[in-house]
Design a binder for this molecule. Structure first.
Ligand SMILES: *Cc1c(COP(=O)(O)O)cnc(C)c1O
Length: 427
């Protein structure tokens, strides 16, 4: 028997589940080769950014206090600006998470009386409170920023006539979420984002186009800032942190708008000049360097999962063959049990906390109970193998990450094993 199969069996995967996975994997060679090509391109894109910025050992030194003249921090921001083809970037451990990065970018660039427009439907759950769609302390709504939303059409395309109508003299910023988040709409490709931005800029060149880039970084060979986005925003405990960044977020794009965000992140007058890096710079640089490869592994895992669960008759988004624009894989189980067993499998496959059982809970920022499976080195990191699902119909689980393809594969096999053991799936 093959060694891989043997150790899987020792670790709780039945030969039948293993063989089922092996058969699926055989059919994915071409897709995996294409991912490797993207990884190679993005690896060199990052490397070239680091070389251009003349990254050196001194960049890794910890700074404290105000963090004036923090060379490592400033050069890392230069690297991000190069890689995203932006004018400027803010990449900070003081940005607590993706929601915070988005909140800072929004509140730094919107003023009372301005209007925010989402032309791609409802934004990510936690943004509802930032914007004030759900009333919330400190929301943009409390500061007199209004919000308008245009949903995608039934077939997932942009509702251009409605977008044109929604753009008005108050519209100051358009927010475009690349990834589907906890929805079952398709994720937007960078080129579709480019088309949407072109449409908006033709009508209102002065409107700021911001992209919530969470989970999208390095999936393609271009980023939204290369197709007209004024700002791209994301979390370092997702793709660009490469699994090594222990905290942080980034905002990259037009200098003026990045600066506006910096004045909100720290303080008016201080902006980007303060903010000590406290010794996290090595992990920020090294994580960014590894990120293209890590994202490639996560993508392979997502495609593997889509092919497994589609074959078993579940609805999967994206489906087994379509092209990828983020690392998230949604699988609709239709029952709470399906979601729970899937998450149990992901948890059982983790390097950390593999012995605990995930349970649904009322997570802050979400409007229903959510179950999360993660046994991560960095708490809540979703570039590491993780799965989560809101406990509400259609009972879909959102699976993402895996620092290596091999680990992602094992996690998916374990999820299948749990579903088989619970009698929810027969293979
Ligand atoms: C994860 C995510 C966020 C929020 O990031 P947190 O780090 O969880 O605060 C926002 N938008 C999208 C699309 C995301 O995937």
């Amino acid at each position: 028997m093959k060694k891989g199969k043997m150790i899987c069996e020792e670790m709780g995967i039945s030969p039948k589940v293993y063989e089922f996975g092996a058969e699926i994997e055989k059919g994915l060679k071409e897709r995996f080769d294409a991912i490797d090509e993207t990884v190679e391109y993005n690896q060199l894109k990052v490397l070239s950014g680091m070389q251009k910025a003349k990254v050196e050992a001194a960049c890794f030194a910890a700074t404290s206090g105000y963090g004036y003249d923090d060379q490592g921090r400033d050069k890392l921001e230069e690297v991000y600006a190069h890689v995203f083809r932006g004018e400027s970037a803010l990449v900070r451990p003081q940005i607590a998470c993706g929601t915070h990065a988005l909140a800072v970018a929004l509140s730094g660039n919107l003023r009372p009386g301005d209007e925010l427009l989402s032309p791609v439907g409802k934004p990510y759950d936690t943004l509802e409170e930032v914007i004030g769609i759900r009333p919330s302390k400190g929301s943009l709504a409390e500061y007199g920023v209004t919000y308008r939303q245009v949903d995608l059409l039934e077939n997932g395309s942009f509702d251009y006539p409605a977008i044109e109508k929604a753009l008005n003299e108050k519209t100051r910023l358009v927010t475009i979420q690349r990834s589907k988040g906890y929805q079952t709409r398709p994720t937007l490709s960078v080129s579709r984002i480019g088309e949407l931005i072109a449409f908006i800029k033709e009508r209102r060149p002065d409107v700021i186009c911001m992209v919530d880039n969470c989970y999208g970084e390095f999936v393609e060979t271009i980023e939204p800032t290369e197709v007209g986005a004024d700002l791209c925003v994301g979390s370092l405990i997702k793709n660009p942190g490469g699994g090594l960044a222990p905290i942080g977020g980034y905002i990259v794009g037009k200098k003026e708008y990045v600066e506006n965000a910096a004045y909100r992140l720290t303080s008016p007058g201080l902006g980007r000049e303060v903010g000590a890096s406290l010794g996290v710079m090595t992990s920020f640089y090294q994580g960014f360097f590894l990120a293209p490869t890590v994202v490639g592994g996560a993508l392979k895992g997502a495609i593997f999962a889509a092919n497994i669960y589609e074959k078993l008759g579940f609805s999967v988004i994206p489906n087994s063959t379509e092209s990828r624009h983020d690392i998230i894989q949604a699988v609709t189980f239709g029952t709470p049990q399906g979601v729970i067993e899937f998450c149990k499998g992901i948890q059982a496959a983790a390097p950390v906390d593999s012995f605990v059982t995930p349970e649904p809970w009322a997570m802050p920022g979400y409007d229903s109970d959510v179950i999360m499976a993660a046994g991560a080195f960095v708490q809540g990191s979703s570039i590491e193998l993780s799965a989560d699902g809101p406990m509400k119909p259609p009972y879909a689980v959102y699976f993402q990450g895996g620092l290596t393809w091999q680990h992602a594969k094992f996690g998916i096999l374990m999820s299948l094993q749990k579903l088989v053991d619970a009698g929810l799936v027969t293979i």
